[in-house]
Design a protein around this ligand. Structure first.
Ligand SMILES: *Cc1c(COP(=O)(O)O)cnc(C)c1O
Length: 386
């Protein structure tokens, strides 16, 4: 398969692809394990090949443990976390139905927007970005609104706040509603406890807590939600994200629906295998330990966390930008110097917080120390005295 070139091409050729070295301490994408890069380079097979069907099954089995479920159906959507969100909304939120959203950050706004585009009647319980909901206000809201579907964000990446889901699921089930949980940032980094929490539909992504490149969106669907879907007679508005069709391709008949991105499934299988080898609980513990260490050191620098202790996402720290410090300049110093990527806030939190991810391979005390040393330098250079 070689071609001889008769004359030089008439256009300039690019230099070979050479990505810079980056330490991804942002909210995602997070660092990828070398074994996952190796998996990406393996030869592809056909999307209906028995070998690939087995890879899909392996991925589903491994994901069950990480979601914390015995009976849920596991599906992997070809697309990033937002595709998972759109799959959840377009299959389960019907035009004209009432969709209740706990709105305390950017991604609950995205859920709202998607549900509106599906023609739903969206009702929201709003809170300032970074706050969470207490059990009593949850049940009061759901009893009052009696929605068909409820949506909340487990780990709100825009704020650093973690919303426990039990009270939401209990209240929703009391009124016969299904619950959609956004677990995009939480899956792999901390326990999702799908069954125990009572979630009906959870979607996630590959590039945050699972330490894999972006491109796929794992979904878990409770037996209750699958029954609801099977009983539904109107087809979902999205053909590509039709969960019945994708479930049939990936789990039941293995008949063609779309060409699954084979290499991404290889990558996800390897990333999940790396997690399984460490043990999911060990991984969550490691993240918690690093988070506590990070917070201790940050507070020792005289800085404050944006979210109260008990509602912090252990893998994504939101640190208040100290007065007088220009947040984008600190980030630029980190990126231009040591090649460290972190994120700033946006929306109501623009310029007010740093968003610092400590997850996957970066969640070790040494790596946190490396980060903090560079962070101190960048802050000092921007006029903050520690
Ligand atoms: C990143 C993120 C999404 C969107 O995922 P993409 O992979 O960027 O499409 C949705 N919800 C939350 C909470 C996220 O952090």
């Amino acid at each position: 398969m070689s071609a001889t070139r008769s004359s030089a091409p008439a256009y300039d050729l690019l230099a070979p692809l050479q990505p810079p070295t980056r330490y991804l301490f942002g909210p995602g994408p997070s660092m990828v394990h070398p074994r996952v890069y190796q998996a990406l380079s393996k030869p592809i097979v056909g999307h209906l090949d028995p070998f690939f069907i087995q890879v899909m099954q392996d991925v589903q089995e491994l994901l069950k443990r990480i979601f914390g479920t015995k009976d849920a159906s596991i599906l992997v959507i070809s697309g990033t976390g937002s595709a998972g969100m759109e799959a959840a909304v377009s299959n389960f939120v019907e035009p004209g139905s009432k969709f209740a959203v706990f709105a305390n950050g950017y991604f609950s706004d995205r859920l709202t927007e998607m549900a509106k585009r599906q023609g739903a009647n969206v009702v929201r319980l709003e809170k300032p970005w970074g706050e969470t909901y207490a059990d009593a206000e949850i049940s009061e809201f759901i009893r009052r609104e009696r929605p068909s579907v409820v949506g909340y964000v487990h780990a709100e990446t825009s704020t650093g706040a973690l919303q426990p889901g039990r009270a939401i699921c209990a209240a929703a089930h009391e009124v016969g509603a299904l619950v959609i949980a956004d677990c995009v940032t939480s899956l792999g980094g901390l326990a999702v406890d799908f069954d125990q929490t009572g979630i009906d539909i959870a979607y996630s992504c590959t590039q945050k807590g699972l330490s894999c490149p972006p491109g796929l969106s794992p979904l878990a669907i409770s037996p209750r939600a699958m029954d609801w879907l099977r009983a539904k007679t109107t087809p979902s508005r999205s053909w590509y994200l039709d969960i019945k069709l994708i479930h049939d391709y990936s789990t039941v008949s293995h008949r063609y629906h779309h060409t699954a991105p084979i290499s991404m499934f290889y990558a996800l299988r390897e990333a999940l295998q790396v997690i399984a080898e460490e043990g999911v609980e060990n991984r969550w513990d490691r993240h918690r330990r690093c988070h506590r260490f990070f917070v201790r050191e940050i507070e020792a620098m005289g800085l404050r966390m944006h979210v109260p202790t008990e509602f912090r996402i252990p893998t994504l720290n939101t640190v208040v930008v100290p007065a007088g410090v220009d947040e984008p300049k600190v980030r630029k110093r980190l990126l231009d110097g040591p090649g460290i990527e972190i994120a700033g806030g946006f929306g109501p939190l623009a310029g007010k917080i740093f968003r610092i991810g400590v997850m996957g391979p970066l969640a070790t005390e040494d790596n946190v120390q490396f980060f903090l040393k560079e962070f101190r330098k960048a802050l000092s250079a921007e006029g903050y005295s520690i």
